[in-house]
Write a protein that binds this ligand. Structure first.
Ligand code: SF4
Length: 345
């Protein structure tokens, strides 16, 4: 907000139509404005050449455009690019572009909150206190600002909501953002190219799944006490209840469900841990992503040794799961999974 002005990127198509009608113009003009924003990448009202001048004037009197300021765009040796963004109120967040050279694809990892309430022990964001939710305009702003910095003609092919914050704790803004990203008149991005990650916020699992995106659920320990030590959210949403909720999802479509498991040396990486995980997940059709822990300043954990990670993977495979050990990217610039914090330590 700038005084009474609003960031235009915070409005869904229906909201724009309602505003346009309320201002005394034909409703369809709202869709036109939406298309200018998302199809033609307009960033000022004067370039919206097919709108009448009085509508452009009314827009100028009510709205403005705002993209987050790029404080830093730091490249990693492996091609990962980490952005440090500053928001209008001075808060800072991070987003990461990960390039897959084999598939020739770029994935943008977006943040949904400034800080996080949950304090997971393996996550740098968890060492910050929760400051606030991001608006949909601030989530979309990360997309536009990152895209503008990519080399000429490079595109963003996949989006993962796995940056700072718990996306399902900011569900209404997440839903609005996904609506704009996937709508035909918006960015027209296939929901099959979007993954939302969650620590297991049970009340929103079903509704998020209903948006057609892939879901990645952070499990990280099958034993309840062990998980509570690592992920305090387990007290509120116990892992057994999370699994029960996942079993109820409608699996008739082609959406992927993934269990994420960060392997921590001597904490959750034994064969017994793998057995417990296999038992917990039995009956669920999902893929398991094993993640090598990415250390950050002041963290108490160390990554598992490769041999142990492979034994863990074998145990799960023999229980019938499809299991991958996820390659980490951007570790040298603290851009890998769990390493985002939005400010320098
Ligand atoms: S892993 Fe997710 S839920 Fe846990 S502290 Fe980090 S951002 Fe929050």
């Amino acid at each position: 907000m700038k005084g009474s002005l609003r960031n235009l990127l915070n409005l869904a198509s229906a909201e724009l139509e309602a505003w346009v009608a309320g201002a005394g113009f034909e409703k369809y003009r709202g869709r036109q404005i939406f298309q200018w924003l998302y199809k033609k990448s307009a960033t000022d009202f004067d370039s919206m050449s097919d709108l009448p001048q009085d509508l452009r004037d009314a827009l100028k009197a009510a709205f403005y455009f705002h993209l987050p300021k790029v404080v830093e765009a730091k490249p990693s040796a492996d091609g990962t690019l980490k952005f440090l963004f500053e928001l209008e109120d001075g808060e800072r967040i991070e987003a990461v572009v990960i390039s897959d050279e084999d598939r020739r694809e770029n994935t943008l990892c977006l943040s949904t909150q400034v800080g996080c309430r949950y304090g997971c022990g393996f996550c740098y964001t968890g060492t910050m206190s929760f400051k606030r939710n991001l608006s949909s305009g601030e989530m979309l702003g990360q997309y536009f600002a990152a895209r503008a910095r990519l080399a000429k003609r490079a595109e963003l092919h996949r989006l993962v909501f796995m940056g700072m914050g718990e996306p399902l704790d900011n569900f209404e803004e997440l839903k609005k953002t996904l609506g704009i990203i996937t709508s035909r008149q918006g960015l027209d991005f296939s929901s099959k190219r979007i993954t939302v990650s969650t620590a297991g916020v049970i009340p929103y699992l079903d509704e998020t799944w209903g948006l057609g995106v892939h879901l990645a659920v952070s499990i990280n320990a099958a034993d309840p006490a062990q998980r509570t030590r690592l992920m305090p959210i387990n007290k509120k949403y116990p892992v057994e209840e999370v699994v029960k909720a996942l079993k109820k999802l409608d699996r008739s479509g082609r959406q992927k469900l993934t269990a994420e498991y960060v392997l921590l040396k001597g904490f959750n990486d034994s064969i017994e841990d793998a057995h417990r995980l296999a038992r917990l997940l039995s009956g669920l059709d999902l893929m398991v992503n094993l993640i090598r822990f990415n250390a950050f300043p002041g963290c108490a954990f160390e990554p598992s040794e490769e041999k142990r990670a492979l034994s863990f993977q074998d145990r799960l495979k023999s229980a019938g799961f499809m299991v991958f050990i996820r390659k980490s990217k951007g570790q040298d610039i603290l851009a890998a999974c769990g390493q985002l914090r939005g400010s320098r330590p």
